[in-house]
Design a protein around this ligand. Structure first.
Ligand code: OAD
Length: 240
């Protein structure tokens, strides 16, 4: 791993515009399960039976149970050293932005400022009808919207079949198209359209992931390891 991390440090130092694209593997070391890993959310569940707008309408108790469980699990969850290292790199001007599929907000909590939340944020509760905001407690209590009174509340995440938030998508796309280094961390790249992003940059591409996902030819450099360990090693290499 050491040689690959030295190569990444070299790429970082020689790049002017660096974007980081993260997935659930970035957050597992903060004790948030991923989706397709050994103990991932989708291991014993088909996402189409729960994370869809049809389930929201037709099997609301299942929808509510699943997202309540995920929200409750986030209580006390904190960013790990890897999130803080990415925020430090942004502060030093070595990273320009982070595009993430993660919905728990850990990059922002760690101090990253330019964060594109491509799949939304699970704590941004809103009415499914009028989009008026509400609190996590209102969702957990299964309240209907206090503003329009017409519909149930939902977390502000992208469900299967829904469009990505256009502002986040446009920002990420713009940055990725012009960046000269894209670091992709902890994602299986199985979900469209985010899995197209690494193909849209003219810059160098680096994958940091616990397993080699194949993706032949897509990455100039692959570092197989845990996000936190690799980022700590990168930090030490840059400081040393
Ligand atoms: P996945 O669960 O599909 O992939 C996570 C990847 O991270 C896997 O390849 C793991 O091996 C790897 N991984 C796990 N822990 C790691 C660690 N500590 N360090 C490095 N790598 C690690 O998660 P995503 O690709 O993020 O969307 O999934 C994409 C989307 O699918 C999610 O945003 C969610 C889900 O359905 C929606 O709900 C819309």
């Amino acid at each position: 791993m050491k040689n690959e991390v030295m190569e990444l440090a070299r790429l970082l130092k020689s790049s002017k515009h660096v974007v980081v694209l993260t997935g659930a593997g970035m957050d597992t070391e903060s004790n948030i399960p991923d989706f397709r890993g050994k103990e991932g959310w989708w291991k014993n569940r088909d996402p189409r039976t729960v994370a869809t707008i049809d389930t929201f309408h037709e099997n609301h108790s299942l929808f509510h149970q699943f997202y309540s469980m995920r929200l409750k699990m986030l209580e006390g969850i904190k960013p790990h050293r890897g999130h803080f290292i990415l925020a430090e790199l942004e502060n030093k001007g070595m990273v320009q932005s982070i595009a993430t599929q993660n919905v728990a907000g850990l990059h922002t909590m760690a101090g990253s400022r330019q964060v594109y939340e491509l799949h939304g944020n699970i704590r941004n509760i809103r009415c499914n009808n009028c989009k008026h905001g509400a609190g996590v407690e209102n969702f957990l209590e299964k309240e209907t919207c206090q503003f329009c009174g017409k519909d149930a509340l939902r977390p502000g995440v992208v469900l299967f079949g829904e469009m990505l938030p256009s502002e986040a998508w446009d920002g990420a796309l713009r940055d990725i198209e012009k960046c000269d280094l894209l670091m992709v961390i902890g994602t299986s790249l199985e979900v469209y359209p985010v899995n197209q992003l690494p193909m849209l940059t003219k810059g160098k591409t680096v994958l940091i992931n616990m397993e080699d996902r194949g993706s032949e030819g897509l990455f100039d450099l692959k570092i197989i390891g845990k996000a936190r360990e690799v980022l700590e090693e990168l930090h030490n290499t840059l400081e040393g």
